[in-house]
Design a protein around this ligand. Structure first.
Ligand code: 5AD
Ligand code: SF4
Length: 459
């Protein structure tokens, strides 16, 4: 009698931390439904592609992957290709009509993905599950199913032992004029605190020591009377949990109690990712960000006043429509004043459906965007190098992620002494030699050397 093998599946993930979390939930839901995870694209039955729409480049990478899958499907015509996440929601039928795509599934329909794949295997028909009216608040039934999905399939990060990511809210209501997120992830909905707490307790029982709370604008978390600061106090009470990080913050209506929580509660890491996007008031207005550069800096100064050793990271978009050299110079000045530990810099990418794309011409030449990107990163690099240099001679507590990808076996040490990588409470990257089995542990590292990107040390 023929042995029926489990169907094999493979996941490719593009985009942000939220997508990484969705991918790990999807992996767990498939393995628990009897599928077998593989890394071998030539031997898989199902390919799941988690997609990002935030910049055009991210979508192009998915399209090129689909092009590659076309060749694979020639030798394996039964291969099922499911595209899920933000791009699936944005492009709907358009993607479903792609010759290799069998399934299109939006971010809010991820709990249905296993069923969609099973249906496609059985009846070979194309399957689609997306929100038809993404800006309508999801029905309580669908929110409950997302919550259950989250609780049932959340786990310790495979590549980051003892760490987990926990969503505290879905969607976004800010409508920054360049941003596609409100149109693909839907309205802002905060998850009930009791569900978040139960989920984290469960994770801690399975060995998690650090959680990162995720949301597009975590600081605007509000569930009935519970604000984000209140939630931090509640999460902090969980025994066995040692570090709590959160991303990303929105620099408007910032509740100072979040900074006070960092002082009151030793588990809250003193790290703030708070994108400014621009330092020019005119551009900030066109971006619909709802604050001026001065108001933004006031929040940063307040944070540093209350929490003197707080580490701050930022995001910037260069080459937004009509951005002049003068506007860009204001961004440079803001970076210098904010003294970020690091900044992420992106070239403006017009996104269909957003207000900036509809109302404003993408009139900054690509060469200028590229140069501003390089220039802003150079300004940031100097600041990062200075900040990092000040750590030399100090000892930092580090959560060990694992073996550094750039690391190599140090033969002199034998005993598998290798280069490890981890992060401090301020989210600084720390590299040092140690045994690979330290992954998932906290360890004190003496910092001996620093570059703009990395702190190097000894244990
Ligand atoms: N073009 C370029 N960068 C963008 N971001 C969001 N939308 C766009 C866009 N259309 C950047 C912002 C945001 C980060 C996640 O991506 O800086 O903070
Ligand atoms: Fe996009 Fe603005 Fe929402 Fe962030 S806050 S996800 S940039 S709309």
């Amino acid at each position: 009698m023929a042995v029926i093998m489990n169907k094999k599946f493979l996941v490719r993930s593009f985009g942000c931390q939220m997508n990484k979390l969705d991918s790990s939930l999807v992996v767990n839901s498939f393995t628990q439904s009897g599928f077998e995870l593989t890394e071998d694209i030539g031997a898989t039955d199902v390919v799941l592609v988690n997609t990002c729409s935030v910049r055009n480049h991210a979508e192009e990478r998915v399209l090129s992957m689909l092009g590659h899958l076309k060749h694979i499907k020639k030798t394996n015509p039964h291969l099922i290709v499911a595209v899920f996440g933000c791009m699936a929601q944005r492009r709907k039928e358009d993607l479903l009509n792609h010759p290799v795509v069998n399934i299109v599934c939006g971010p809010l329909q991820i709990p249905q993905l296993v069923n969609l794949v099973n249906n496609a295997i059985e009846n070979t028909k194309k399957q689609k599950a997306v929100s038809e009216n993404i800006r309508h608040k999801p029905l309580p039934k669908s929110l409950a199913s997302l919550d259950d999905f989250e609780q049932d399939y959340d786990s310790v990060e495979e590549h980051l032992p003892a760490q987990a990511f926990v969503r505290v809210m879905h969607g976004c209501d800010n409508f920054c004029s360049y941003c596609v997120v409100p149109y693909v992830r839907g309205p802002e909905v905060s998850r009930p605190p009791e569900k978040i707490i139960t989920q984290i307790k469960k994770l801690v029982d399975t060995g998690v020591k650090q959680v990162t709370l995720l949301g597009q604008t975590v600081n605007s978390y509000q569930h009935e009377n519970m604000s984000f600061a209140d939630l931090l106090y509640e999460v902090s009470k969980i025994d066995g949990l040692e570090w709590i990080k959160f991303v990303t913050c929105y620099p408007r209506d910032f509740d100072e109690r979040i900074f006070k929580a960092m002082i009151d509660l030793p588990k809250i890491c003193r790290y703030l990712h708070i994108p400014a996007q621009s330092g020019s008031d005119r551009i900030l207005k066109a971006m619909n960000r709802g604050y001026t550069a001065e108001q933004y800096l006031e929040i940063i100064y307040k944070a540093k006043d209350i929490v003197p050793d707080i580490a701050v990271a930022g995001d910037f978009i260069v080459g937004f429509p009509s951005e002049t050299d003068e506007d860009f110079q204001k961004t440079v000045e803001l970076v210098q004043k904010a003294k970020y530990k690091n900044s992420f810099v992106f070239k403006y990418s017009p996104r269909p459906g957003t207000r900036a794309n509809e109302k404003l011409a993408d009139d900054v030449p690509n060469e200028v965007k590229k140069q501003r990107n390089i220039d802003l990163l150079a300004v940031q690099e100097k600041i990062s190098a200075e900040i990092n240099q000040a750590f030399v001679g100090r000892t930092l507590k580090v959560m060990v992620d694992g073996v550094s990808k750039k690391g190599h076996l140090d033969i002199a040490h034998k005993k598998e002494h290798t280069q490890l990588i981890g992060r401090s409470a301020g989210d600084y990257i720390v590299v040092f030699d140690g045994l690979a089995n330290l992954a998932g542990q906290f360890i004190d590292v003496n910092i001996t050397r620093a570059s703009a990107l990395t702190l190097f040390g000894k244990i």
